[in-house]
Design a protein around this ligand. Structure first.
Ligand SMILES: *Cc1c(COP(=O)(O)O)cnc(C)c1O
Length: 230
């Protein structure tokens, strides 16, 4: 297989997984966006995936992402920041990304809203920490509704929904139970606080099926798309 055949094959395989699980859950395949989690992947490979039709890229490390964007200035993709956010880096994040998935404090959301320079508001997702892991960012589920109401009021940003990175679980029903908490929280915020949240960023290589079954609208796939990271 040539390299570009290999890339098309990888992309097609992940898209087929997405559409199969959508079909099984009576969802439209285009209701789930595929984000290529491209940390540690080469410029060349990212370019090839873009050429093959990948439209969204997620990056975790700010400086690495900015370097990639400089080397690929005209790539027709939306950029998602999916890493942990340091408050002294919000200006660069706001300027270099269309979506920010890891918001977990009001102060961060306010800074991102004030510091971007685009016409349209910046898209924010609140990161949930369902397993209360210290090593991961995100808010406890019990605090998320209140934070959502506060962030939804900020001008210059639009709160779109929630993101989560649960601990790895073997069984699909265990995976689904965690993802269901994000879906229920989103429904609760829309029904009881009049919010218009429409995005759930959840599902990675090992649990995308469970995430989509529970309503994910954005899956972030690294390994199963690009291969192992060095
Ligand atoms: C690396 C990463 C992913 C992709 O993980 P894989 O298991 O390689 O698919 C998704 N989301 C976040 C936040 C990541 O850091």
């Amino acid at each position: 297989m040539s390299n570009s055949d290999y890339v098309s094959h990888k992309l097609t395989t992940v898209l087929a997984r997405i559409s199969n699980v959508c079909e099984a859950n009576l969802r439209r395949p285009d209701s789930v966006k595929l984000i290529g989690a491209s940390k540690k992947q080469s410029i060349k490979l990212i370019q090839q995936f873009s050429d093959a039709g990948l439209l969204d890229l997620g990056e975790n490390y700010l400086q690495e992402a900015i370097d990639k964007q400089c080397q690929l200035p005209d790539l027709p993709v939306s950029w998602h920041f999916i890493g942990q956010i340091q408050s002294n880096k919000t200006k660069l994040i706001a300027q270099h990304f269309d979506w920010v998935h890891g918001v977990d404090r009001l102060k961060i959301a306010k800074r991102l809203a004030a510091q971007h320079s685009r016409q349209s508001p910046i898209n924010l997702l609140i990161q949930l920490n369902p397993d209360n892991e210290v090593s991961k960012g995100g808010v406890a589920l019990s605090e998320a509704a209140e934070l959502s109401q506060q962030i939804a009021e900020i001008d210059g940003a639009v709160l779109r929904g929630f993101m989560m990175i649960p601990k790895a679980r073997e069984q699909q029903d265990q995976q689904r139970a965690v993802f269901a908490q994000a879906r229920e929280l989103l429904e609760h915020c829309n029904q009881h606080y009049g919010l218009n949240l429409d995005q759930l960023s959840m599902g990675m290589s090992g649990d995308l099926e469970a995430a989509i079954a529970e309503g994910s609208t954005m899956v972030r796939i690294g390994t199963d798309l690009f291969g192992a990271r060095d």
